[in-house]
Design a protein. Structure first.
Length: 134
């Protein structure tokens, strides 16, 4: 299985892992960087440790905002690492799909998971519900 890291501003990363653990019991499979919380303004050492631990292995890093400071720092550090796939603007569904896949994921396999887990607008209108339901 590919190693997974979620890095975000504030507590989004740890909150996502909390939800992942609640739904699947696999929260311990994911590492977290909660940037800019409790003085964690420079998370380079955490990122470097993750990259060193996974040197030469496929790994997936999820970041919250494309172009945000967390994403920028990670993209700079991983630019020359073809085994690291960075997914930005992630959602809980793609994190769950990645962890539950249990596979060693390369870029193409991660892309397939991202495509399946796209954000969608959902809703129903009154015309979708039988008249006697109201």
């Amino acid at each position: 299985m590919s190693k997974v890291l979620i890095a975000s501003h504030a507590n989004m990363a740890s909150g996502t892992v909390s939800s992942l653990d609640f739904l699947s019991g696999m929260g311990s499979e994911v590492e977290v960087i909660d940037a800019y919380v409790n003085g964690n303004d420079d998370f380079s050492s955490q990122l470097d440790a993750f990259l060193k631990e996974n040197e030469g292995r496929n790994a997936v890093i999820f970041t919250d905002l494309e172009g945000g400071s967390v994403n920028q720092k990670i993209l700079i550090k991983t630019a020359a690492l073809p085994n690291i796939t960075v997914v930005t603007q992630f959602n809980l569904a793609v994190v769950i799909a990645t962890v539950l896949s249990g596979n060693d994921l390369d870029l193409q396999e991660v892309q397939k998971l991202v495509d399946k887990c796209q954000v969608k607008i959902a809703g129903i209108t009154k015309s979708d519900v039988p008249e006697d339901s109201f």
